[in-house]
Design a protein around this ligand. Structure first.
Ligand SMILES: Nc1ncnc2c1ncn2[C@@H]1O[C@H](COP(=O)(O)OP(=O)(O)OP(=O)(O)O)[C@@H](O)[C@H]1O
Length: 428
């Protein structure tokens, strides 16, 4: 018999998710999580990252049958790639046991960051991001299949160390699934770290970005530069002059844009479907465009290339057929932001051009979902460079330069906010 025990899984929920065609990715995530939980229990007893080769055939045959008996459609199991994309043993780069995973380089970072409880959103995010960083270091730019198998192996290695209820708690965080178990268990709210419709499990695919653009969002206004008197005065004078020139240039640009907007007034009523696309394609940044949901889905391998999670949603790496590589931010569904607000925000972001700000490449509004596409930063985030273990520390000179660059970028941002959103430009 197949030794993987699926008992305790909330099959009613999985069956209902998988019975509609609405969100197949979500269905696959649940199936993956159910299997991963059973593998974790098995690993707890045997120390292996899944069933041995001689039993795997039996499991591949019996699991879809069991799921089918509980109402999970056969075609869903097949569609999700049970047996291939969702295996019953997680051999990660030659590692077949929990011990080998635990002893792999930097696994301790995952252990440290994935401490229970993971029901707290921030804890869960820390755990997910640590796992992503670990996987990136472990396997680099391997194919998605290796990444997802190693992701499952990572989960199994952590989850095999804890009791049954905690396994589900870790799975809920790791796979972004809710209500996985029939037993009461405290699980993280999907609202902030996993968009409800996010169809893919956590898969890391690329290095973190050195993104100075991200601080534009909330919680990042903590910087305060204290300048030495004298130097401070000179810097302030130069900054003021630059400000005046900038204000002049922005006003002129803004007038030009307003004129072109007037021409577009009738079609702007059809907002958001036609307005931003035309306007931006004709505007100064011809690189900026509207993307279709289909394009994004294809470019992210059906949302299978998670590179991180932030306060506003999940970020995926996307490779488009025209060669464009972008970071796609899939906004959390809970956002109260209306279409008007969202479009005003992208209008503002699209106008921001600064060498220290990550450029916005486009957006997508589809199926009640919103996506922002940013220039892809392949060299890792600033946070990584400052805190990731094993990196050569940045020199203080570089750190100062970065702080100054960030401050400059923020000034530009505040000015833009003033001109386009009416927010007073109090400098930091
Ligand atoms: N342009 C990008 N290029 C490459 N990776 C990115 C890019 N933007 C975000 N990421 C990855 O996604 C993660 C989450 O980014 P995101 O901007 O959503 O959140 P954050 O900056 O951590 O926090 P917050 O949501 O509060 O701004 C980052 O830590 C990074 O690893």
């Amino acid at each position: 018999d197949c030794p993987l025990n699926l008992t305790g899984s909330n099959f009613t929920l999985v069956a209902s998710i998988c019975s509609t065609n609405d969100d197949r990715g979500k269905c696959c995530r649940y199936i993956n999580a159910v299997i991963a939980v059973s593998v974790a229990h098995y690993a707890n007893a045997t120390g292996n990252l899944g069933v041995t080769a001689n039993l795997s055939e039996t499991c591949l045959h019996s699991i879809p049958e069991t799921l089918g008996l509980y109402g999970v459609p056969r075609n869903a199991t097949a569609f999700c790639g049970f047996g291939t994309k969702i295996p019953v043993n997680y051999v990660c780069e030659g590692r077949t046991t929990v011990t080998q995973m635990l002893q792999s380089p930097k696994f301790s970072d995952v252990t440290v960051n994935c401490k229970l409880p993971l029901s707290e959103d921030t804890n869960c995010r820390k755990c997910v991001n640590a796992s992503i960083t670990y996987l990136r270091q472990l396997i680099g730019a391997e194919d998605n299949m290796t990444l997802s198998t190693c992701r499952d192996a990572t989960f199994t290695a952590i989850a095999s160390q804890v009791d049954g209820v905690s396994v589900v708690e870790i799975a809920s965080c790791f796979f972004g699934v809710q209500g996985l178990s029939n037993f009461p268990v405290s699980v993280p709210s999907p609202a902030s770290h996993t968009p409800e419709a996010s169809p893919s499990p956590l898969v890391a695919a690329s290095p973190n970005p050195l993104m100075l653009g991200t601080p534009l969002t909330k919680n990042h206004h903590h910087y305060r530069l204290t300048l030495i008197p004298g130097i401070g005065l000179a810097v302030t004078a130069v900054a003021l002059m630059m400000l005046v020139v900038l204000v002049f240039l922005i006003r002129r640009k803004s007038r030009e844009l307003e004129d072109s907007e007037k021409l577009d007034k009738t079609s702007s009523k059809a907002f958001p479907h036609s307005w931003p696309v035309r306007k931006f394609q004709e505007g100064p940044s011809s690189m900026f465009r509207k993307f279709s949901y289909k394009e994004i889905k294809k470019a992210t391998g059906s949302f299978n290339t998670i590179i991180g999670r932030g306060g506003f949603g999940t970020v995926y790496k996307a490779e488009f057929s025209d060669g464009l590589v972008a970071a796609v931010k899939r906004m959390n569904k809970v956002s109260e932001q209306g279409d008007d607000d969202f479009c005003r925000e992208i209008e503002l972001l699209a106008r921001l051009h600064h060498r220290h700000l990550v450029a916005l490449r486009g957006f997508c509004i589809a199926k009640h979902e919103r996506f922002l596409l940013y220039e892809y930063m392949a060299n890792g985030s600033l946070k990584d460079h400052l805190h990731a273990p094993g990196r050569t520390p940045l020199s203080w000179r570089t750190r100062m330069q970065i702080a100054i660059d960030v401050a400059n970028a923020l000034v530009i941002y505040r000015i833009m906010l003033f001109f386009f959103a009416g927010v007073p430009p109090f400098l930091l």
